[in-house]
Design a binder for this molecule. Structure first.
Ligand code: GAP
Length: 456
């Protein structure tokens, strides 16, 4: 089973309509990517899977859809205005830009860079002759803190008072609506607020395709709880997240927990789930015990009480928050890498397959008339019927083997062939993408057959 390189994945995503370079006809805008017809289907299916596990199937869980633009004080309170920045250094030789902490971590194969000051980092780089990953030389500029939040202005004047930020995370939209949700849903602790939405960060270091982009989507989930229940919930969500990734189809051996040694100012504990990408282990999720930091800060900056009145004990307190956040684009990328393989068939030929979890596949079914001239009328009838229930595609060009290959590489789990038997006896053959086995069933059973096999 042949796996896939990054370059091949980028080409494959373009060729089959999953992901295109952003603004491609203008030679692209760095670290931006557009999802094509199949990529946006896949992405939406991942969102649906997340909604099912995190909102629908969990008790006391509510989804919100907060605005991207928020009051600038939100980002003061959250700490982003003052401290959301990357330590960057330029290679004087080849003019590439790098995150100093990443240079050190990659060089030392550890996370020691995370805990260093700017001065400590540049000293370490010079003393240890940490090489530039591009040209191999050690000749770096001083380290500067580079702000990651995008700013814009509202209204007609472009002064400090009119600054608004494109949100760098979804979490704050969930925090500022904590009391709105609690009251309107009559929610009791512990309860959760989830949100799927865009986030923006001025990332200027190399992106590894959609792994690091300036505009991306997060599926963020905040569980509000009483202090004392936080540690148990933190452990619970670490495991729940891993299970979610395994349910999406990622194998356990390619997932690992990475506990943070250096904690963000708000966190009591933090752990990432990493996936083994071809370029190395990369974070796809983060679970954080944020304590009562966020709501306390919003209470301080807004002047509004963020306290919860416990109906059982009559106590008033600011809840703790356990955050579990999922990068949608990184999740999609991991799924694509994992699903792709090349099989060598018995006749020595190879086929490329995207073995996606059927729930995630852009098309669930392909309807293929065996001979266009004789079977297309019936096939279109079947297509029209099935497309009311699932994303269905139709293909009548080329020999049937080629059409199967076209569906295999885009991950369509079921191909339905319409032939004389369908016209005369109302039966069809259904071919399974992974086993390539074919079964004959009555046309009336097709919907149930597919439905049973695409559940999440
Ligand atoms: N609310 C907490 C928070 O935003 P984060 O670790 O900075 O935490 C959460 O981001 C997730 O968002 C990450 O685990 C990652 O999957 C995704 N993510 C972060 N920056 C990204 C970027 N530049 N491009 C794509 N995904 C990104």
């Amino acid at each position: 089973m042949e796996k896939i390189t990054m370059e091949k994945m980028v080409n494959l995503c373009k060729q089959y309509g999953f992901i295109f370079q952003g603004s491609e006809i203008y030679d692209g805008l760095a670290n931006t990517w557009d999802y094509g017809p199949l990529g946006s289907r896949l992405k939406n299916n991942v969102k649906d899977a997340w909604r099912k596990r995190f909102i629908q199937e969990r008790p006391n869980a509510y989804e919100v859809d907060a605005d991207i633009l928020m009051h600038p004080k939100v980002w003061k309170a959250s700490g982003h205005v003052d401290s959301f920045a990357d330590p960057l250094t330029d290679c004087r030789e080849c003019k590439t830009r790098h995150r100093a902490d990443n240079l050190i971590n990659d060089f030392s194969n550890s996370s020691i860079g995370d805990a260093m000051t700017n001065e400590e980092m540049i000293n370490y780089i010079n003393e240890n002759k940490v090489p530039c990953p591009k040209c191999g030389k050690t000749n770096f500029t001083e380290i500067r803190q580079f702000k990651l939040m995008f700013e814009t202005h509202r209204g007609v004047t472009e002064d400090a008072k009119s600054v608004v930020y494109l949100r760098p995370e979804n979490a704050q939209g969930e925090y500022v609506n904590f009391l709105n949700v609690q009251r309107s849903m009559r929610a009791k602790l512990p309860f959760s607020i989830g949100q799927i939405g865009k986030a923006f960060r001025n990332e200027i270091t190399p992106g590894n395709f959609t792994f690091r982009t300036i505009e991306f989507e997060q599926m963020e989930y905040q569980t509000f709880c009483k202090k004392g229940n936080d540690e148990e919930l933190y452990e619970y969500f670490k495991e729940y997240g891993k299970k979610f990734y395994m349910d999406l189809g990622l194998p356990e051996e390619k997932l690992r927990f990475h506990d943070h040694e250096k904690l963000a100012h708000y966190a009591k504990a933090a752990c990432d789930i990493e996936y083994q990408f071809p370029f190395g282990w990369g974070e796809v999720n983060g679970t954080h015990n944020r304590t009562d930091f966020d709501l306390t800060r919003h209470q301080e900056y807004s002047g509004k009480s963020m306290e919860y009145l416990d109906p059982e004990t009559n106590e008033k307190y600011i809840p703790y928050i356990i955050e579990s956040t999922y990068g949608l684009d990184r999740t999609v990328l991991a799924i694509l890498f994992d699903a792709y393989h090349e099989d060598t068939l018995e006749d020595g030929t190879t086929r490329e397959v995207l073995s996606l979890n059927p729930y995630l596949a852009p098309y669930k079914v392909a309807v293929l008339p065996l001979v266009k001239k004789y079977h297309s009328e019936k096939a279109l009838e079947v297509y029209n019927k099935l497309s009311k229930s699932f994303m269905t595609t139709y293909d009548e060009t080329g020999n049937i083997g080629k059409r199967y290959r076209r569906e295999d590489i885009i991950g369509t789990p079921f191909c339905i062939t319409i032939d004389d038997e369908t016209v005369n006896n109302n039966t069809v053959t259904i071919r399974d993408r992974d086993t390539m086995e074919q079964v004959t069933i009555s046309l009336d059973e097709v919907e149930n057959y597919v439905n049973e096999r695409i559940q999440f």
